[in-house]
Every structure is written in structure tokens, then in C-alpha cells.
Design a protein around this ligand. Structure first.
Ligand SMILES: *[C@@H]1O[C@H](CO)[C@@H](O)[C@H](O)[C@H]1NC(C)=O
Ligand SMILES: *[C@@H]1O[C@H](CO)[C@@H](O)[C@H](O)[C@H]1NC(C)=O
Ligand SMILES: *[C@@H]1O[C@H](CO)[C@@H](O)[C@H](O)[C@H]1NC(C)=O
Ligand SMILES: *[C@@H]1O[C@H](CO)[C@@H](O)[C@H](O)[C@H]1NC(C)=O
Ligand SMILES: *[C@@H]1O[C@H](CO)[C@@H](O)[C@H](O)[C@H]1NC(C)=O
Ligand SMILES: *[C@@H]1O[C@H](CO)[C@@H](O)[C@H](O)[C@H]1NC(C)=O
Length: 445
């Protein structure tokens, strides 16, 4: 399918595009007004004390050792190395987990890929899953849903059955599902290890609803060391915002450092993307995929309620760090910074491609306002993650201006002219693809 050739070409830029959502806004507004009255004290005190609560750097979850390592009688699933951009890898990993769940097997911890040499598979630098995400925390959070195992837990390494995934036009989604059902039964269920061979799991047929993917993503907690690097970038952004507001106000500013807000924009304007998105617009007969730099700046400038001065973190492909024009032309009071101007380039430079994307992902995730492209997988997963976190916190209103952690799609126009459309993920959608790539249906209007 076409998305694969797209990924092949575009992965070097954080990989991806996105998705869609829908809006229950009318009902929600009423609901929210009621809920607000009830919940306001809690939320306002929450907001006033520490708005970083949504994305705590240190997840205080306690691990129950008994829940871990009980793979004693498990059967395992082994999958090919997971490749391409960060978000393609996350989706591929989740798909492998859900496949293992369907087969009632524990997924053997797969290798991710640190680099993006996507054509010559030999050059893909494998990196162990637990170098990027916390292994035990994953199992603890996903206990009862999906589990990861280590190769050392396999008792008989020769008790392996290979499953060749079908491919080609005639390998339909029904056939694929039929094959998985068959392999979950006797005699295939006897083998200790079922090894899937063939194409990478991002390209497997998809059989699972969005909420199952969201559940797996929730269990992915970044390795602590990487998370600390992201903390450094976020702190740097807040420090700059603090200085900007102190310099702008006569009395020296009044907000505490912790409360300084920032906007993150996943700005896809690099040449490869522009070529790709123009083609996509033609093929899909849709005009709202590509956004020029000027359009993005203009729409972001029209977001209501941004207190100025406000730091805008611009997440762009490295090629654009030399392009001075992305730092000019913003509305008065919006102060743009990218990694270079922030002085954090060295934090990124010592990391592999995969980890660099993971840091940028965190910086976007934790922003107070996020603006992305609804056709980008990177942007879509950020919004999915933000939506899920708000749902977990009991936030009822996901769309609109007054959301605590709003997201917007700059490629789609909102209700009035020149405003970007509010964006939240539709967790009840029937497939991830509908909300995460190649779509402009988003769940807010
Ligand atoms: C979410 O997706 C479901 C399933 O596709 C759909 O029925 C529903 O209308 C969507 N909700 C919104 C708010 O778009
Ligand atoms: C995270 O929490 C644990 C236990 O609550 C604590 O021991 C540890 O020091 C914390 N780590 C950081 C970086 O705050
Ligand atoms: C799943 O596997 C576990 C042990 O690995 C076994 O106890 C259980 O009966 C299996 N469930 C099904 C539905 O096959
Ligand atoms: C390991 O698996 C192979 C293949 O199924 C089987 O022939 C062999 O007896 C097994 N070894 C043990 C120690 O169970
Ligand atoms: C704030 O003002 C000081 C002193 O004029 C200046 O050195 C500093 O660069 C300014 N900071 C920002 C973020 O504009
Ligand atoms: C493309 O969409 C427009 C309106 O959205 C429609 O009028 C036109 O017929 C479509 N063209 C094709 C080739 O489908």
C-alpha cells in the first residue's frame, strides 16, 4: 500500500502523519458546564499548583515484584526487528503486542532501530527495547493485557514454529485474521516460540481498535535517562519564557518558573514533505494537507487566549535549523525558538536518530498547547497521548479553547477563518489508521 512507499521516503523527519477525530462538542459543552461547576475547585487548585502534573517526570507507580516475571509457563511470540521512524516503530511495536495478545503469547522483547537507513536492512542499527522504554514498567502497567518476555525466559530454544506472513494483493485482511486464529489453536499453540517471519510489523494488516493501541502506548514509559534529557529541554524552554516575560513586564513578571507555559509546533515544511503532501492532495482530492510556513504562522497567531510573551517551540527537521526564516514573521508576542536558538542542540546531537525523536516527542507532549499536522503520524500520536492523559485525569472537555492541554491541527481551518481546528483523538474509532495517518478527520469541529 501507498503508505509504505511514503514512509520509505519520509521517515527521516520524525516519520508521519495522521488522523482524525470527531466531535461531540454540543453535548460535551453542556456536560462540561455542569461538570465545571462541580469540578472547578479541584482543577483550579491543580492548575495553580503544578501544571506539570499531567506528565510527571517520575511516574510514582510502584512495581509489584509478584506481577513480574511470571512468564514461567508462557508461550512466546517473536517478531522481526522493528524499523523506520519513532512513531512507525511505536505503532509496529503495539501491533506486535496486540498480535501476541490474540495468540495468547508473551511478546519476546523486540529490537527497535536506532537509525533510519531504511533501505539496507543490514544497516539498521538495532537497539534493544529496554534501552528506550522501561521494560518492567511496561509489564507492570500492561499487566493483564499484554506482556513482554526476555529471551532468557525461553526454556527450549529449538521448540520454534515459523509463521510466514502472507503478502501481496490477494492476502486480504480476512485471510490474515484467519491465519492468526488458526495459529492460536492446536497444534500450533503447543510450540513454545512462534516466530513471525517476513515484512515488518508496521506493514501487517491491522485488526484492532484505537483504544487497544492507546492502551499499549500508555505502558510505554521512556527510559529515565532519556526522560531526563527531555526534562532539560523543557526546563530550558520554561527558563527562556520566564526571562522573556520578566523582560517584557515592568514589575519583573509574576509567574513562577514552573508555571511558565509554552506552545510546541510540529512544523512540517521540509522539502520532501511538501513534495509528498502535494502528491497526496492530488491523489486524495483533498486540499487541506499541506500548510506553508506563512499559513502555519498566521493560524497559530490566531489561537485565542495565548498570553504573551509566549515561547513557541518549533519542532522542525534538522535541515531547517539553518533556515532563519522560520524564526521570523510570527505574531507580536510569540517568541519562536528551535533547538539551536535554545542552545540545546548538544543534548540532541549526542543521541541516535531514534532518541532525538523521542526527546522531541516528549517536548511536544508536555507542551501547554500543541499544534501539528493532522496528516503526520508524529503529530497524531502526540495528540492521542494528550487525549488519553486528559481522559485518565477525568477532564471532560477535549475540544475547544478552554481545554487544559489543547491541541490544534494547523492544516485544517476551524470554525472561523484563519483559526486552526481544535484537535483531540477519537478513542472509540475502529482503527488506528483512521486517527493516525492519512486522514483529516479529527474529532473536533
Ligand atoms: C468516533 O469514532 C466512532 C467510530 O468510528 C464514530 O462512531 C464516532 O462518531 C466518532 N466520534 C466522534 C466524536 O467523531
Ligand atoms: C522517582 O521515584 C522514586 C520512588 O518514588 C524515587 O526513589 C526516585 O528517586 C525518583 N526519581 C527521580 C528522578 O525523581
Ligand atoms: C493462555 O495461556 C495461559 C498460559 O500461557 C493459559 O493458562 C491459558 O489457559 C491460555 N488461555 C487461552 C484462552 O488459551
Ligand atoms: C525442545 O523442542 C524440540 C522441538 O520441539 C524437541 O524435539 C525437544 O525434545 C525439546 N527438548 C526438551 C528438553 O524438551
Ligand atoms: C532579558 O534582558 C536581559 C538584559 O537586557 C538580556 O540580556 C536577555 O537576553 C533578555 N532575555 C531574553 C530571553 O530576551
Ligand atoms: C474533487 O473534489 C471536488 C470537491 O471537493 C469535486 O468537485 C471534484 O469533482 C473532485 N474531483 C475528483 C476527480 O474526484
Amino acid at each position: 500500500m501507498d503508505s509504505s512507499s511514503y514512509y520509505n521516503k519520509n521517515l527521516r523527519f520524525f516519520g508521519v502523519h495522521l488522523n482524525s477525530l470527531a466531535c461531540k462538542c454540543a453535548v460535551l459543552v453542556v456536560l462540561v458546564l455542569v461538570l465545571r461547576a462541580v469540578c472547578l475547585p479541584r482543577f483550579s487548585s491543580f492548575a495553580a499548583t503544578q501544571h506539570t502534573n499531567l506528565f510527571p517526570a517520575n511516574n510514582s507507580l510502584t512495581l509489584n515484584p509478584q506481577q513480574l516475571h511470571d512468564n514461567a509457563n508462557s508461550k512466546f511470540l517473536e517478531v522481526p526487528q522493528i524499523i523506520w521512524g519513532l512513531n512507525n516503530q511505536k505503532i509496529a511495536f503495539a501491533r506486535a503486542c496486540l498480535t501476541a495478545r490474540m495468540l495468547n503469547r508473551t511478546l519476546l522483547m523486540p529490537s527497535l532501530s536506532a537509525s533510519l537507513f531504511y533501505k539496507e536492512v543490514d544497516l539498521l542499527k538495532p537497539i534493544s527495547f529496554d534501552k528506550v522504554f522501561q521494560f518492567e514498567k511496561f509489564n507492570s502497567l500492561c499487566n493483564g493485557f499484554v506482556q513482554l518476555g526476555r529471551y532468557s525466559e525461553v526454556s527450549n530454544r529449538s521448540d520454534v514454529l515459523e509463521l510466514q506472513k502472507g503478502s501481496g494483493r490477494r492476502w486480504t485482511i480476512e485471510k490474515d485474521l484467519g491465519q492468526l486464529r488458526e495459529f492460536s489453536k492446536h497444534p500450533y499453540d503447543e510450540y513454545e516460540v512462534l516466530r513471525i517471519v517476513g515484512k515488518n510489523s508496521f506493514l501487517w494488516h491491522d485488526h484492532w481498535p484505537t483504544k487497544d493501541y492507546a492502551k499499549v502506548f500508555e505502558c510505554l514509559v521512556l527510559d529515565e535517562e532519556i526522560s531526563r534529557e527531555a526534562d532539560k529541554v523543557v526546563s530550558r524552554i520554561r527558563e527562556i519564557g520566564f526571562e522573556e516575560s520578566r523582560n517584557a513586564s515592568e514589575n519583573g513578571g509574576n509567574s513562577a518558573l514552573q508555571q511558565v507555559r509554552y506552545v510546541a509546533i510540529h512544523m512540517r515544511i521540509e522539502k520532501d514533505w511538501m513534495i509528498h503532501c502535494k502528491k497526496l492532495e492530488q491523489r486524495l482530492n483533498i486540499s487541506e494537507i499541506c500548510s506553508s510556513k506563512d499559513q502555519i504562522m498566521q493560524r497559530v497567531g490566531n489561537i485565542a487566549g495565548l498570553q504573551t510573551p509566549m515561547v513557541i517551540y518549533v519542532a522542525v527537521a534538522d535541515d531547517l535549523l539553518e533556515d532563519k526564516s522560520i524564526l521570523s514573521g510570527w505574531k507580536e508576542g510569540l517568541v519562536p525558538y528551535e533547538k539551536k536558538k535554545l542552545g540545546v542542540l548538544d543534548i540532541y546531537k549526542k543521541q541516535s536518530y531514534l532518541i532525538q525523536s523521542a526527546i522531541d516527542y516528549e517536548v511536544c507532549l508536555r507542551s501547554d498547547v500543541f499544534v501539528g499536522n493532522s496528516f503526520s503520524t508524529f503529530s497524531s500520536l502526540v495528540v492521542l497521548d494528550r487525549t488519553q492523559k486528559m481522559i485518565n485525569m477525568g477532564v471532560a472537555e477535549l475540544c475547544g479553547m478552554d481545554v487544559r492541554w489543547p491541541s490544534y491541527a494547523y492544516n485544517l481551518e476551524g470554525e472561523s477563518k484563519g483559526i486552526p481546528r481544535p484537535w483531540a483523538a477519537n478513542m472509540s474509532d475502529s482503527s488506528l489508521q483512521a486517527i493516525s495517518y492519512g486522514s483529516n478527520h479529527i474529532s473536533c469541529s
